[in-house]
Design a protein around this ligand. Structure first.
Ligand code: GDD
Ligand code: MN
Length: 414
């Protein structure tokens, strides 16, 4: 790898002066008691030896983490041994793990500037974390791998070689290429993984053996133009990159062994099937239907069932129709809110007090949505007097309003 030679050079005279001035300013802001005459303060010591201008590393290895405190030091150790004196950085992207993963990563970073940690709040999700880490990099090449040591870090060297020699824009570690293995997956996960892979190849026409792999390396200049169209939801970032960059990326697969997890546990549960279906639909419609909007509509459809069920029940207890309809509406909106919070916005799930205020906001937004629904439907009906066109038009506008406004004021999608 390219050696970080510039780091060794001494600062230019002008810059040296600026560093000294900065050090003096820093000193003048230090409280007196923190200054010991025997040892100069750290700011001065550091400023005096600070390297001048250092270029970005050649490779950023982006590692999403959630509750991986035991694995983080082991991964750093393995990479340091694998890539000695090389030009790389390790960017952990941690969703504020309760086990303190971020603190562990930062502690290592204090003495090893190759290790950084981005800490995210109020958000969850593998794809979003990878995306943020990749966008924070200025390196020429970007790698993504898991923290839990299931991916073979040794492959990084061969991947880098493929990119450096210009043979590919994207290199994927494949469990299903001859020579690779998915030994670390349970039988059930392995079956699901193969089925999903086959579905993707068929539906999206992606001709790879493992488009759902979580381990890959890409040129940054190939990734950046695609980034805006990549969903931060779910966990299939590679699939998203492949589908978005179809026809524009030269892809190479290398065989890889997916190992057993030794410490901690997998975060991928059965709900990822939903994310997966939504992502495939989004890509099939060229992002016209976002994964989130699709989930929102599915939840809305179940809400109609709940509404009718409740209405029937309430009418049976001899409630007047108006009152029953009103209660059924509130019930269905509450149902929709709970389900959207559970599935559609599972990466930004509201809990505690924020759940309560979110629910109130959602009720108000949907009430306005219902009013605009009726208004628009009446307006269409006045012109076209086709009842179902008017009804559908009103419902569509109402749904889009509810979705857009609740995204901004209830879950605040970035
Ligand atoms: N920041 C962040 N936020 N990281 C997360 C989150 C999250 O919400 N969920 C999981 N991670 C991190 C984990 O800490 C781990 O480092 C990595 O993402 C993979 O998560 P696992 O929970 O270990 O996933 P897996 O082993 O079941 O799935 C892996 O294999 C799949 C192939 O079968 C992943 O690599 C998938 O991307 C891959 O498709
Ligand atoms: Mn794993």
């Amino acid at each position: 790898m390219r050696a970080g030679g510039a780091a060794q050079r001494s600062p230019a005279p002008g810059l040296k002066l600026r560093i000294e001035i900065a050090a003096r300013i820093a000193l003048s802001h230090c409280p007196m008691e923190s200054l010991s005459p025997a040892s100069p303060p750290a700011t001065v010591a550091r400023a005096a030896t600070a390297p001048a201008v250092r270029p970005a590393p050649e490779l950023s290895i982006v590692v999403p983490t959630f509750n991986e405190r035991t694995n983080v030091p082991i991964l750093v150790e393995r990479l340091s041994r694998l890539l000695p004196s090389a030009d790389w950085e390790l960017v952990f992207v941690d969703d504020n793990s309760p086990d303190g993963t971020a603190a562990v990563a930062r502690a290592i970073g204090e003495t090893d500037s190759r290790v950084r940690c981005i800490r995210r709040f109020g958000r969850r999700g593998l794809a979003g974390a990878c995306l943020e880490g990749m966008l924070a990099s200025q390196a020429r090449y970007l790698a993504v791998m898991d923290a839990d040591l299931q991916h073979d870090e040794g492959l990084l060297v061969a991947m880098l070689d493929q990119l450096r020699t210009g043979r590919a824009d994207l290199v994927v570690a494949s469990r299903y290429l001859s020579g690779g293995s998915a030994a670390g997956l349970s039988t059930q996960r392995s079956r699901m993984s193969r089925a999903a892979n086959a579905l993707v190849r068929f539906l999206l026409g992606i001709d790879l053996t493992d488009p759902l792999s979580g381990h890959f390396m890409i040129r940054r200049d190939a990734f950046e133009p695609l980034a805006a169209a990549i969903s931060s939801q779910g966990f299939k970032i590679l699939l998203d990159i492949l589908a978005t960059g179809r026809g524009r990326l030269r892809v190479v697969e290398l065989p890889s062994t997916f190992r057993q997890r030794q410490h901690g546990e997998s975060k991928l549960d059965s709900k990822i099937a939903l994310d997966f279906a939504a992502l495939v639909t989004a890509k099939l419609t060229n992002n016209a239907v976002s994964a989130r909007f699709l989930l929102y509509c599915v939840v809305g459809l179940t809400g109609i069932g709940i509404h009718l069920g409740l209405l029937r029940l309430l009418l049976a207890v001899t409630l007047a129709f108006g009152a029953a309809q009103m209660l059924a509406t509130v019930g269905a909106i509450t149902w929709n809110f709970v389900l959207n919070n559970l599935f559609t916005y599972r990466d930004q799930r509201l809990s505690g007090w924020r759940f309560v205020t979110g629910l109130i906001r959602f009720q108000l937004i949907c009430a306005v949505g219902a009013i605009s629904n009726v208004g628009i439907a009446t307006w269409i009906y006045d012109y076209h007097s086709v009842w179902w066109v008017a009804g559908l038009g009103g419902a569509l506008i109402g749904t889009v309003w509810n979705f857009a406004v609740s995204a901004a004021f209830v879950w605040r999608t970035p």
